[in-house]
Design a protein around this ligand. Structure first.
Ligand SMILES: Nc1ncnc2c1ncn2[C@@H]1O[C@H](COP(=O)(O)OP(=O)(O)OP(=O)(O)O)[C@@H](O)[C@H]1O
Ligand SMILES: Nc1ncnc2c1ncn2[C@@H]1O[C@H](COP(=O)(O)OP(=O)(O)OP(=O)(O)O)[C@@H](O)[C@H]1O
Lengths: 229, 229
Protein backbone atom coordinates (compact mmCIF):
# COMPACT_ATOMS: atom_id res chain seq x y z
CA UNK A 1 0.00 0.00 0.00
CA UNK A 2 1.53 3.24 -1.08
CA UNK A 3 1.73 6.26 1.18
CA UNK A 4 1.79 9.89 0.07
CA UNK A 5 2.01 13.31 1.66
CA UNK A 6 0.32 16.29 0.03
CA UNK A 7 1.39 19.69 1.29
CA UNK A 8 -0.78 22.58 0.18
CA UNK A 9 -4.43 21.75 -0.37
CA UNK A 10 -5.29 24.29 -3.07
CA UNK A 11 -7.35 23.12 -6.05
CA UNK A 12 -4.45 21.10 -7.44
CA UNK A 13 -3.30 19.65 -4.10
CA UNK A 14 -6.75 18.65 -2.94
CA UNK A 15 -7.39 16.97 -6.29
CA UNK A 16 -4.18 14.93 -5.98
CA UNK A 17 -5.05 13.98 -2.39
CA UNK A 18 -8.62 13.01 -3.25
CA UNK A 19 -7.69 10.96 -6.33
CA UNK A 20 -4.99 9.07 -4.42
CA UNK A 21 -7.35 8.41 -1.56
CA UNK A 22 -10.17 7.24 -3.87
CA UNK A 23 -7.78 4.68 -5.34
CA UNK A 24 -7.12 3.31 -1.85
CA UNK A 25 -3.78 4.99 -1.17
CA UNK A 26 -2.76 6.32 2.24
CA UNK A 27 -2.67 10.11 2.18
CA UNK A 28 -1.32 12.54 4.77
CA UNK A 29 -2.80 15.93 3.92
CA UNK A 30 -1.11 19.06 5.23
CA UNK A 31 -2.05 22.75 5.06
CA UNK A 32 -1.69 25.83 7.25
CA UNK A 33 -5.34 26.68 6.64
CA UNK A 34 -7.55 24.90 9.16
CA UNK A 35 -10.58 24.98 6.89
CA UNK A 36 -8.76 23.10 4.14
CA UNK A 37 -7.41 20.59 6.64
CA UNK A 38 -10.95 19.98 7.89
CA UNK A 39 -12.17 19.31 4.33
CA UNK A 40 -9.31 16.92 3.70
CA UNK A 41 -10.00 15.07 6.94
CA UNK A 42 -13.13 13.71 5.25
CA UNK A 43 -11.05 11.34 3.15
CA UNK A 44 -7.36 11.58 4.09
CA UNK A 45 -5.66 8.97 6.30
CA UNK A 46 -4.43 11.92 8.38
CA UNK A 47 -4.98 15.65 7.97
CA UNK A 48 -2.60 18.06 9.73
CA UNK A 49 -2.76 21.80 10.23
CA UNK A 50 0.77 23.18 10.29
CA UNK A 51 3.08 25.62 8.57
CA UNK A 52 5.20 23.42 6.37
CA UNK A 53 8.01 25.99 6.18
CA UNK A 54 8.71 25.11 9.82
CA UNK A 55 11.25 22.31 9.58
CA UNK A 56 10.53 21.03 13.09
CA UNK A 57 6.79 20.84 12.57
CA UNK A 58 7.17 19.14 9.21
CA UNK A 59 9.75 16.67 10.59
CA UNK A 60 7.33 15.73 13.36
CA UNK A 61 4.47 15.15 10.97
CA UNK A 62 5.59 11.54 10.49
CA UNK A 63 5.98 11.72 6.73
CA UNK A 64 9.58 10.44 6.33
CA UNK A 65 8.45 7.11 4.93
CA UNK A 66 6.04 8.26 2.26
CA UNK A 67 6.68 7.01 -1.27
CA UNK A 68 6.30 10.53 -2.56
CA UNK A 69 5.39 14.02 -1.36
CA UNK A 70 3.49 16.48 -3.50
CA UNK A 71 3.84 20.21 -2.93
CA UNK A 72 0.70 21.85 -4.24
CA UNK A 73 1.73 25.43 -3.59
CA UNK A 74 2.15 27.65 -6.61
CA UNK A 75 1.52 31.33 -5.95
CA UNK A 76 3.53 31.47 -2.75
CA UNK A 77 6.90 30.84 -4.39
CA UNK A 78 8.92 31.26 -1.21
CA UNK A 79 6.88 28.58 0.58
CA UNK A 80 6.90 26.25 -2.43
CA UNK A 81 10.69 26.42 -2.67
CA UNK A 82 11.38 26.24 1.08
CA UNK A 83 9.00 23.33 1.66
CA UNK A 84 10.47 21.40 -1.30
CA UNK A 85 13.95 21.86 0.18
CA UNK A 86 12.86 20.74 3.65
CA UNK A 87 11.20 17.63 2.21
CA UNK A 88 14.44 16.63 0.49
CA UNK A 89 16.36 17.29 3.73
CA UNK A 90 13.92 15.11 5.67
CA UNK A 91 14.87 12.38 3.21
CA UNK A 92 11.66 12.00 1.19
CA UNK A 93 12.64 9.94 -1.84
CA UNK A 94 10.41 11.58 -4.41
CA UNK A 95 9.19 15.17 -4.32
CA UNK A 96 6.83 16.50 -6.96
CA UNK A 97 6.26 20.23 -6.86
CA UNK A 98 3.80 22.45 -8.62
CA UNK A 99 5.15 25.52 -10.38
CA UNK A 100 3.40 28.37 -12.12
CA UNK A 101 6.31 29.52 -14.27
CA UNK A 102 9.51 28.03 -15.75
CA UNK A 103 11.73 30.14 -13.49
CA UNK A 104 10.03 28.79 -10.38
CA UNK A 105 10.26 25.31 -11.92
CA UNK A 106 13.99 25.66 -12.52
CA UNK A 107 14.58 26.66 -8.90
CA UNK A 108 12.52 23.73 -7.65
CA UNK A 109 14.52 21.31 -9.79
CA UNK A 110 17.83 22.78 -8.62
CA UNK A 111 16.87 22.28 -5.00
CA UNK A 112 15.95 18.67 -5.63
CA UNK A 113 12.34 18.22 -6.80
CA UNK A 114 12.31 15.02 -8.83
CA UNK A 115 9.46 16.37 -10.89
CA UNK A 116 7.84 19.76 -11.52
CA UNK A 117 4.21 20.03 -12.65
CA UNK A 118 2.71 23.04 -14.47
CA UNK A 119 -1.06 22.39 -14.28
CA UNK A 120 -2.22 25.38 -16.36
CA UNK A 121 0.44 24.96 -19.02
CA UNK A 122 0.09 21.19 -19.31
CA UNK A 123 -3.71 21.28 -19.52
CA UNK A 124 -3.35 23.94 -22.21
CA UNK A 125 -1.17 21.61 -24.28
CA UNK A 126 -3.55 18.70 -23.71
CA UNK A 127 -6.59 20.76 -24.74
CA UNK A 128 -4.85 21.99 -27.88
CA UNK A 129 -4.05 18.39 -28.88
CA UNK A 130 -7.65 17.30 -28.45
CA UNK A 131 -8.91 20.32 -30.43
CA UNK A 132 -6.59 19.59 -33.35
CA UNK A 133 -7.60 15.94 -33.53
CA UNK A 134 -11.20 15.80 -32.34
CA UNK A 135 -11.81 12.41 -33.92
CA UNK A 136 -9.01 11.11 -31.79
CA UNK A 137 -10.25 10.13 -28.43
CA UNK A 138 -7.08 8.88 -26.92
CA UNK A 139 -3.54 9.10 -28.09
CA UNK A 140 -0.30 7.58 -26.92
CA UNK A 141 3.03 8.75 -28.23
CA UNK A 142 4.60 5.31 -28.20
CA UNK A 143 8.05 6.66 -29.09
CA UNK A 144 9.44 9.44 -31.22
CA UNK A 145 8.54 7.37 -34.29
CA UNK A 146 5.40 5.43 -33.36
CA UNK A 147 1.94 6.48 -32.27
CA UNK A 148 -1.06 4.63 -30.92
CA UNK A 149 -4.37 6.37 -31.48
CA UNK A 150 -8.10 5.84 -31.41
CA UNK A 151 -9.93 7.41 -34.36
CA UNK A 152 -13.32 7.44 -36.05
CA UNK A 153 -13.43 4.93 -38.91
CA UNK A 154 -13.45 6.89 -42.21
CA UNK A 155 -16.77 6.82 -44.12
CA UNK A 156 -15.07 5.03 -47.01
CA UNK A 157 -14.20 2.04 -44.84
CA UNK A 158 -17.74 1.40 -43.62
CA UNK A 159 -19.40 -1.82 -44.74
CA UNK A 160 -16.05 -3.42 -45.68
CA UNK A 161 -14.07 -6.15 -43.93
CA UNK A 162 -10.54 -5.62 -42.66
CA UNK A 163 -9.40 -8.29 -45.14
CA UNK A 164 -10.85 -6.29 -48.07
CA UNK A 165 -9.44 -3.03 -46.82
CA UNK A 166 -5.94 -4.48 -46.31
CA UNK A 167 -5.18 -1.59 -43.96
CA UNK A 168 -2.02 -3.20 -42.67
CA UNK A 169 -0.49 -3.57 -46.15
CA UNK A 170 -1.94 -0.35 -47.59
CA UNK A 171 -1.11 2.01 -44.72
CA UNK A 172 1.41 0.05 -42.70
CA UNK A 173 -0.58 0.39 -39.48
CA UNK A 174 -1.79 -2.28 -37.10
CA UNK A 175 -5.45 -2.34 -36.06
CA UNK A 176 -5.21 -3.14 -32.39
CA UNK A 177 -8.93 -3.08 -31.70
CA UNK A 178 -12.34 -1.97 -33.03
CA UNK A 179 -14.68 -0.12 -30.68
CA UNK A 180 -18.37 -0.33 -31.48
CA UNK A 181 -21.45 1.16 -29.84
CA UNK A 182 -24.20 -1.39 -29.43
CA UNK A 183 -27.72 -0.02 -29.12
CA UNK A 184 -29.80 -1.76 -26.50
CA UNK A 185 -33.44 -1.32 -25.56
CA UNK A 186 -34.37 -2.21 -22.01
CA UNK A 187 -37.78 -3.65 -21.09
CA UNK A 188 -39.26 -0.19 -20.57
CA UNK A 189 -38.40 0.54 -24.20
CA UNK A 190 -35.70 3.01 -23.20
CA UNK A 191 -32.74 3.00 -25.60
CA UNK A 192 -29.20 2.97 -24.30
CA UNK A 193 -25.71 2.30 -25.64
CA UNK A 194 -23.02 -0.05 -24.48
CA UNK A 195 -19.58 -0.31 -25.97
CA UNK A 196 -18.21 -3.50 -27.48
CA UNK A 197 -14.50 -4.00 -28.05
CA UNK A 198 -13.14 -6.39 -30.67
CA UNK A 199 -9.54 -6.97 -29.65
CA UNK A 200 -6.96 -8.07 -32.27
CA UNK A 201 -9.66 -8.16 -35.00
CA UNK A 202 -9.31 -10.64 -37.85
CA UNK A 203 -9.58 -10.21 -41.63
CA UNK A 204 -13.26 -11.21 -41.53
CA UNK A 205 -14.26 -8.51 -39.07
CA UNK A 206 -16.18 -5.74 -40.78
CA UNK A 207 -16.39 -2.03 -39.99
CA UNK A 208 -19.75 -0.31 -39.60
CA UNK A 209 -20.93 3.25 -39.23
CA UNK A 210 -20.00 4.73 -35.87
CA UNK A 211 -17.09 2.38 -35.26
CA UNK A 212 -13.80 3.67 -33.95
CA UNK A 213 -10.55 1.84 -34.26
CA UNK A 214 -7.35 1.84 -32.27
CA UNK A 215 -4.35 1.97 -34.58
CA UNK A 216 -0.64 1.48 -33.98
CA UNK A 217 2.08 2.42 -36.43
CA UNK A 218 4.85 4.75 -37.45
CA UNK A 219 3.90 8.41 -37.20
CA UNK A 220 4.02 9.06 -40.94
CA UNK A 221 1.69 6.13 -41.63
CA UNK A 222 -0.70 7.21 -38.90
CA UNK A 223 -0.75 10.71 -40.44
CA UNK A 224 -1.56 9.16 -43.84
CA UNK A 225 -4.53 7.19 -42.59
CA UNK A 226 -5.84 10.15 -40.57
CA UNK A 227 -6.31 11.99 -43.87
CA UNK A 228 -8.64 9.30 -45.28
CA UNK A 229 -12.24 10.58 -45.33
CA UNK B 1 -6.74 24.45 -41.80
CA UNK B 2 -8.44 24.95 -38.48
CA UNK B 3 -8.97 28.34 -36.90
CA UNK B 4 -9.26 29.08 -33.22
CA UNK B 5 -9.84 32.08 -30.98
CA UNK B 6 -8.32 32.21 -27.50
CA UNK B 7 -9.72 34.84 -25.18
CA UNK B 8 -7.73 35.40 -22.00
CA UNK B 9 -4.01 34.82 -22.31
CA UNK B 10 -3.23 33.72 -18.74
CA UNK B 11 -0.93 30.72 -18.27
CA UNK B 12 -3.60 28.32 -19.50
CA UNK B 13 -4.79 30.48 -22.41
CA UNK B 14 -1.32 31.29 -23.69
CA UNK B 15 -0.41 27.61 -23.52
CA UNK B 16 -3.45 26.64 -25.62
CA UNK B 17 -2.68 29.42 -28.11
CA UNK B 18 0.99 28.48 -28.39
CA UNK B 19 0.38 24.74 -28.77
CA UNK B 20 -2.24 25.28 -31.46
CA UNK B 21 0.03 27.68 -33.28
CA UNK B 22 3.03 25.32 -33.08
CA UNK B 23 0.93 22.63 -34.75
CA UNK B 24 0.23 24.99 -37.63
CA UNK B 25 -3.28 26.11 -36.64
CA UNK B 26 -4.55 29.66 -37.16
CA UNK B 27 -4.94 31.39 -33.81
CA UNK B 28 -6.60 34.70 -32.98
CA UNK B 29 -5.36 35.69 -29.53
CA UNK B 30 -7.37 38.19 -27.49
CA UNK B 31 -6.72 39.86 -24.15
CA UNK B 32 -7.44 43.23 -22.52
CA UNK B 33 -3.82 43.37 -21.28
CA UNK B 34 -1.60 44.93 -23.96
CA UNK B 35 1.52 43.22 -22.64
CA UNK B 36 -0.01 39.78 -23.08
CA UNK B 37 -1.28 40.66 -26.54
CA UNK B 38 2.23 41.75 -27.51
CA UNK B 39 3.69 38.41 -26.34
CA UNK B 40 1.05 36.48 -28.25
CA UNK B 41 1.73 38.52 -31.40
CA UNK B 42 5.04 36.63 -31.65
CA UNK B 43 3.26 33.50 -32.80
CA UNK B 44 -0.48 34.14 -33.23
CA UNK B 45 -2.06 34.70 -36.65
CA UNK B 46 -3.64 37.82 -35.10
CA UNK B 47 -3.36 39.28 -31.61
CA UNK B 48 -6.02 41.79 -30.47
CA UNK B 49 -6.17 44.00 -27.41
CA UNK B 50 -9.80 44.43 -26.40
CA UNK B 51 -12.21 43.90 -23.53
CA UNK B 52 -14.05 40.75 -24.52
CA UNK B 53 -17.04 41.59 -22.30
CA UNK B 54 -17.84 44.31 -24.85
CA UNK B 55 -20.13 42.55 -27.31
CA UNK B 56 -19.47 45.09 -30.08
CA UNK B 57 -15.71 44.84 -29.83
CA UNK B 58 -15.80 41.06 -29.73
CA UNK B 59 -18.23 40.89 -32.67
CA UNK B 60 -15.87 43.08 -34.71
CA UNK B 61 -12.87 40.91 -33.95
CA UNK B 62 -13.67 38.69 -36.92
CA UNK B 63 -13.90 35.44 -34.98
CA UNK B 64 -17.36 34.20 -36.06
CA UNK B 65 -15.91 31.50 -38.27
CA UNK B 66 -13.48 29.88 -35.87
CA UNK B 67 -13.84 26.15 -35.32
CA UNK B 68 -13.69 26.71 -31.59
CA UNK B 69 -13.12 29.50 -29.07
CA UNK B 70 -11.32 28.93 -25.79
CA UNK B 71 -12.00 31.19 -22.82
CA UNK B 72 -8.91 31.07 -20.62
CA UNK B 73 -10.27 33.25 -17.83
CA UNK B 74 -10.71 31.62 -14.46
CA UNK B 75 -10.42 34.00 -11.54
CA UNK B 76 -12.59 36.71 -13.02
CA UNK B 77 -15.82 34.71 -12.94
CA UNK B 78 -18.01 37.55 -14.19
CA UNK B 79 -15.85 37.99 -17.30
CA UNK B 80 -15.55 34.27 -17.91
CA UNK B 81 -19.32 33.83 -17.82
CA UNK B 82 -20.17 36.97 -19.80
CA UNK B 83 -17.61 36.29 -22.52
CA UNK B 84 -18.77 32.66 -22.87
CA UNK B 85 -22.35 33.88 -23.33
CA UNK B 86 -21.33 36.50 -25.92
CA UNK B 87 -19.36 33.89 -27.88
CA UNK B 88 -22.43 31.65 -28.10
CA UNK B 89 -24.55 34.64 -29.14
CA UNK B 90 -22.02 35.51 -31.87
CA UNK B 91 -22.65 31.98 -33.14
CA UNK B 92 -19.33 30.28 -32.35
CA UNK B 93 -20.00 26.57 -32.74
CA UNK B 94 -17.78 25.26 -29.97
CA UNK B 95 -16.85 27.15 -26.82
CA UNK B 96 -14.48 25.66 -24.28
CA UNK B 97 -14.23 27.56 -21.03
CA UNK B 98 -11.87 27.26 -18.13
CA UNK B 99 -13.37 27.07 -14.66
CA UNK B 100 -11.78 27.04 -11.23
CA UNK B 101 -14.66 25.46 -9.34
CA UNK B 102 -17.65 23.20 -10.08
CA UNK B 103 -20.14 25.99 -9.41
CA UNK B 104 -18.49 28.23 -12.02
CA UNK B 105 -18.37 25.22 -14.34
CA UNK B 106 -22.09 24.54 -13.93
CA UNK B 107 -22.92 28.15 -14.79
CA UNK B 108 -20.69 28.02 -17.87
CA UNK B 109 -22.39 24.85 -19.07
CA UNK B 110 -25.85 26.29 -18.50
CA UNK B 111 -25.04 29.31 -20.62
CA UNK B 112 -23.81 27.12 -23.43
CA UNK B 113 -20.13 26.19 -23.10
CA UNK B 114 -19.74 22.87 -24.94
CA UNK B 115 -16.91 21.94 -22.63
CA UNK B 116 -15.53 23.12 -19.30
CA UNK B 117 -11.90 22.56 -18.34
CA UNK B 118 -10.56 22.51 -14.78
CA UNK B 119 -6.76 22.65 -15.25
CA UNK B 120 -5.75 22.35 -11.59
CA UNK B 121 -8.23 19.60 -10.80
CA UNK B 122 -7.57 17.58 -13.96
CA UNK B 123 -3.79 17.75 -13.57
CA UNK B 124 -4.23 16.62 -9.98
CA UNK B 125 -6.11 13.53 -11.14
CA UNK B 126 -3.54 12.84 -13.86
CA UNK B 127 -0.63 13.15 -11.40
CA UNK B 128 -2.32 10.84 -8.91
CA UNK B 129 -2.78 8.20 -11.63
CA UNK B 130 0.88 8.35 -12.62
CA UNK B 131 1.98 8.14 -8.97
CA UNK B 132 -0.12 5.05 -8.31
CA UNK B 133 1.19 3.24 -11.36
CA UNK B 134 4.75 4.53 -11.85
CA UNK B 135 5.78 1.61 -14.03
CA UNK B 136 2.98 2.62 -16.33
CA UNK B 137 4.13 5.23 -18.72
CA UNK B 138 1.03 5.67 -20.73
CA UNK B 139 -2.44 4.44 -20.18
CA UNK B 140 -5.59 4.47 -22.24
CA UNK B 141 -8.95 3.55 -20.79
CA UNK B 142 -10.17 1.84 -23.91
CA UNK B 143 -13.68 1.37 -22.54
CA UNK B 144 -15.22 0.68 -19.16
CA UNK B 145 -13.95 -2.91 -19.45
CA UNK B 146 -10.70 -2.71 -21.43
CA UNK B 147 -7.43 -0.95 -20.82
CA UNK B 148 -4.33 -0.35 -22.91
CA UNK B 149 -1.18 0.29 -20.91
CA UNK B 150 2.58 0.44 -21.20
CA UNK B 151 4.43 -1.25 -18.32
CA UNK B 152 7.89 -2.42 -17.30
CA UNK B 153 8.40 -6.09 -18.15
CA UNK B 154 8.41 -8.07 -14.87
CA UNK B 155 11.82 -9.49 -13.84
CA UNK B 156 10.46 -13.04 -14.15
CA UNK B 157 9.76 -12.59 -17.85
CA UNK B 158 13.27 -11.49 -18.78
CA UNK B 159 15.26 -13.84 -21.00
CA UNK B 160 12.16 -15.70 -22.14
CA UNK B 161 10.35 -15.63 -25.48
CA UNK B 162 6.73 -14.60 -25.82
CA UNK B 163 5.98 -18.12 -27.05
CA UNK B 164 7.40 -19.64 -23.83
CA UNK B 165 5.61 -17.13 -21.64
CA UNK B 166 2.25 -17.68 -23.32
CA UNK B 167 1.08 -14.33 -21.95
CA UNK B 168 -2.00 -14.24 -24.15
CA UNK B 169 -3.26 -17.63 -22.92
CA UNK B 170 -2.08 -17.28 -19.35
CA UNK B 171 -3.26 -13.71 -18.67
CA UNK B 172 -5.69 -13.08 -21.49
CA UNK B 173 -3.95 -9.90 -22.60
CA UNK B 174 -2.62 -8.95 -26.00
CA UNK B 175 0.97 -7.72 -26.34
CA UNK B 176 0.60 -4.90 -28.79
CA UNK B 177 4.28 -3.92 -28.88
CA UNK B 178 7.63 -4.25 -27.07
CA UNK B 179 9.65 -1.09 -26.42
CA UNK B 180 13.37 -1.57 -26.02
CA UNK B 181 16.20 0.87 -25.30
CA UNK B 182 19.15 0.27 -27.60
CA UNK B 183 22.53 1.49 -26.35
CA UNK B 184 24.60 3.16 -29.01
CA UNK B 185 28.14 4.52 -28.91
CA UNK B 186 28.94 7.28 -31.33
CA UNK B 187 32.39 7.74 -32.86
CA UNK B 188 33.54 9.96 -30.00
CA UNK B 189 32.84 7.05 -27.67
CA UNK B 190 29.86 8.82 -26.11
CA UNK B 191 27.06 6.45 -25.13
CA UNK B 192 23.44 7.26 -25.96
CA UNK B 193 20.12 5.46 -26.12
CA UNK B 194 17.60 5.14 -28.88
CA UNK B 195 14.27 3.40 -28.57
CA UNK B 196 13.29 0.46 -30.73
CA UNK B 197 9.69 -0.63 -31.10
CA UNK B 198 8.69 -4.18 -32.03
CA UNK B 199 5.12 -3.89 -33.24
CA UNK B 200 2.81 -6.94 -33.11
CA UNK B 201 5.65 -9.13 -31.73
CA UNK B 202 5.70 -12.83 -32.58
CA UNK B 203 6.14 -15.92 -30.40
CA UNK B 204 9.89 -15.96 -31.12
CA UNK B 205 10.50 -12.45 -29.85
CA UNK B 206 12.24 -12.49 -26.49
CA UNK B 207 12.05 -10.03 -23.60
CA UNK B 208 15.20 -8.56 -22.08
CA UNK B 209 16.02 -6.47 -19.05
CA UNK B 210 14.78 -2.91 -19.42
CA UNK B 211 12.06 -3.75 -21.93
CA UNK B 212 8.59 -2.29 -21.60
CA UNK B 213 5.56 -3.72 -23.23
CA UNK B 214 2.27 -2.27 -24.36
CA UNK B 215 -0.62 -4.50 -23.31
CA UNK B 216 -4.28 -4.57 -24.23
CA UNK B 217 -6.95 -6.51 -22.43
CA UNK B 218 -9.87 -6.59 -20.03
CA UNK B 219 -9.28 -4.56 -16.89
CA UNK B 220 -9.26 -7.55 -14.55
CA UNK B 221 -6.62 -9.33 -16.66
CA UNK B 222 -4.51 -6.19 -16.86
CA UNK B 223 -4.71 -5.92 -13.06
CA UNK B 224 -3.55 -9.54 -12.76
CA UNK B 225 -0.48 -9.09 -14.93
CA UNK B 226 0.42 -5.82 -13.19
CA UNK B 227 0.90 -7.82 -9.98
CA UNK B 228 3.57 -10.09 -11.55
CA UNK B 229 7.01 -9.19 -10.16
N1 LIG C 1 3.77 27.38 4.47
C1 LIG C 1 2.66 26.68 4.21
N2 LIG C 1 2.36 25.59 4.96
C2 LIG C 1 1.26 24.85 4.71
N3 LIG C 1 0.36 25.15 3.73
C3 LIG C 1 0.63 26.23 2.97
C4 LIG C 1 1.78 27.02 3.15
N4 LIG C 1 1.76 28.02 2.23
C5 LIG C 1 0.64 27.85 1.49
N5 LIG C 1 -0.05 26.78 1.94
C6 LIG C 1 -1.31 26.29 1.42
O1 LIG C 1 -1.16 25.85 0.10
C7 LIG C 1 -2.41 25.99 -0.59
C8 LIG C 1 -2.18 26.51 -2.00
O2 LIG C 1 -1.48 27.67 -1.96
P1 LIG C 1 -1.42 28.74 -3.11
O3 LIG C 1 -2.70 29.48 -3.16
O4 LIG C 1 -0.13 29.46 -3.01
O5 LIG C 1 -1.31 27.89 -4.39
P2 LIG C 1 -2.10 27.87 -5.72
O6 LIG C 1 -1.09 27.37 -6.67
O7 LIG C 1 -2.75 29.16 -6.02
O8 LIG C 1 -3.25 26.80 -5.45
P3 LIG C 1 -4.33 26.20 -6.48
O9 LIG C 1 -3.95 24.74 -6.60
O10 LIG C 1 -5.67 26.40 -5.85
O11 LIG C 1 -4.22 26.94 -7.78
C9 LIG C 1 -3.27 26.89 0.27
O12 LIG C 1 -4.32 26.11 0.79
C10 LIG C 1 -2.37 27.37 1.39
O13 LIG C 1 -3.04 27.46 2.64
N1 LIG D 1 -12.87 41.09 -20.09
C1 LIG D 1 -11.69 40.60 -20.54
N2 LIG D 1 -11.34 40.76 -21.83
C2 LIG D 1 -10.17 40.27 -22.29
N3 LIG D 1 -9.25 39.63 -21.52
C3 LIG D 1 -9.57 39.46 -20.22
C4 LIG D 1 -10.79 39.92 -19.67
N4 LIG D 1 -10.81 39.57 -18.34
C5 LIG D 1 -9.65 38.94 -18.08
N5 LIG D 1 -8.89 38.88 -19.21
C6 LIG D 1 -7.57 38.30 -19.34
O1 LIG D 1 -7.61 36.91 -19.09
C7 LIG D 1 -6.34 36.48 -18.59
C8 LIG D 1 -6.55 35.48 -17.47
O2 LIG D 1 -7.35 36.02 -16.51
P1 LIG D 1 -7.46 35.52 -15.01
O3 LIG D 1 -6.24 35.92 -14.30
O4 LIG D 1 -8.80 35.84 -14.50
O5 LIG D 1 -7.42 33.97 -15.16
P2 LIG D 1 -6.57 32.85 -14.49
O6 LIG D 1 -7.49 31.69 -14.51
O7 LIG D 1 -6.03 33.25 -13.18
O8 LIG D 1 -5.35 32.63 -15.51
P3 LIG D 1 -4.17 31.55 -15.50
O9 LIG D 1 -4.41 30.72 -16.73
O10 LIG D 1 -2.89 32.32 -15.56
O11 LIG D 1 -4.29 30.76 -14.23
C9 LIG D 1 -5.59 37.74 -18.18
O12 LIG D 1 -4.51 37.90 -19.04
C10 LIG D 1 -6.60 38.86 -18.33
O13 LIG D 1 -6.01 40.06 -18.81
Amino acid sequence: MKQFAVIGLGRFGISVAQSLSEKGMQVIAIDKDGGKVKDAAEFATRALELDATDKNDLSNAGIENVDAAIVGIGKDIASSVLITLILKEIGIKEVISKALDPLQGKILQKIGAERVVYPEKEMGIKLAESLISPGIFEYIKLSSSHTLIEVDVPKNFEGKTLGNLGINTKYGVQIVAIKRKIMQTDKTGKVGFSEKIIVAPSADDGLINGDRFVLLGENKNIEKIKKVK
